[in-house]
Design a protein around this ligand. Structure first.
Ligand SMILES: C[S@@+](CC[C@H](N)C(=O)[O-])C[C@H]1O[C@@H](n2cnc3c(N)ncnc32)[C@H](O)[C@@H]1O
Length: 253
């Protein structure tokens, strides 16, 4: 309800009704048996890691709620996630990774193969959040480098960003007004407590909102994803000199 109300305030009744009908139409198309793969998503990741991250067994009510809130539930493709991670700094030890709209947690598991300090998923649908918690407990991979992982069940608009450097991930999670709200929360958090921030945006539907943020710069991207970062002011504790850290200096060689 809150998403629909915000949608109407941000983009008007007609646009919100159109978006909602569009999503419901796509759900109906997927009832066609030939769309089985699209409906169930790719199962290879789940079979390889003995987890449950696709849409195959999500209750219809949960699927409908996700669709009405913005989009159908899908999990990120592993090869694209690896591409995106390669666009980030080599040293991630100080960074907290946050997946906004984390679903059943596949991205949290994949991120845990990187050396993040901490990993948090934010998901407002209880059924998906509970699956994510089970997946986190079940996941085991010799490549895993971070075991400090949690899924929290709440709306991303109410999430308070943790201190320290951040990598924020979003895949097709948020409709435009919610995305705008979250970007504003992020800007305020980084203004109040300046620190490095990267935003990984998979599926570029509302990339214009990122482009319009004067405090962000595009660091990398393809036709499927983009990584933006903030300009970080660094105070040298010895000389007390202030300098701007350029994103390129943080990127992998
Ligand atoms: C397309 S799925 C992506 C799942 C996961 N991030 C991945 O890439 O595998 C988007 C998820 O965002 C969630 N979502 C949408 N709006 C949300 C909101 N306002 N607060 C929290 N979660 C939200 C949906 O329930 C859905 O699980």
């Amino acid at each position: 309800m809150r998403t629909l109300r915000d949608g109407m305030r941000h983009q008007g009744l007609l646009q919100t009704a159109w978006r909602t009908l569009n999503v419901l139409y796509r759900m109906m198309l997927e009832l066609d048996p030939s769309k089985r793969k699209a409906r169930y998503g790719d199962l290879d990741y789940d079979l390889e890691h003995s987890v449950n991250t696709t849409r195959s067994n999500v209750a219809l009510k949960t699927q409908l709620t996700a669709a009405l809130a913005g989009h159908l539930y899908f999990a990120t493709e592993p090869y694209l996630f690896e591409e995106i991670m390669r666009a980030l700094p080599a040293d991630l030890r100080d960074f907290t990774f946050v997946d906004l709209g984390s679903g059943k947690g596949r991205v949290l598991l994949m991120a845990s193969d990187c050396p993040f300090r901490r990993i948090v998923g934010v998901e407002f649908l209880r059924e998906l959040h509970e699956s994510a918690a089970e997946n986190i407990a079940r996941y085991s991979n010799e490549r895993q480098q971070c075991r400090n992982i949690e899924s929290v069940c709440m709306d991303v608009r109410d999430f308070e960003f943790p201190p320290g450097p951040l990598v924020i991930y979003m895949f097709n999670a948020l409709p435009e007004p919610v995305f705008a709200h979250v970007l504003d929360n992020l800007r305020r958090s980084v203004q109040a407590n300046p620190r490095p921030l990267f935003i990984c945006y998979r599926y570029l539907e509302f990339e214009d909102l990122l482009k319009e943020c004067g405090w962000l710069t595009k660091a990398d991207g393809t036709a499927h994803w983009a990584v933006y970062g903030n300009r970080v002011i660094w105070f040298d504790p010895k000389s007390h000199a202030a300098s701007v850290i350029h994103l390129d200096s943080l990127k992998k060689a």
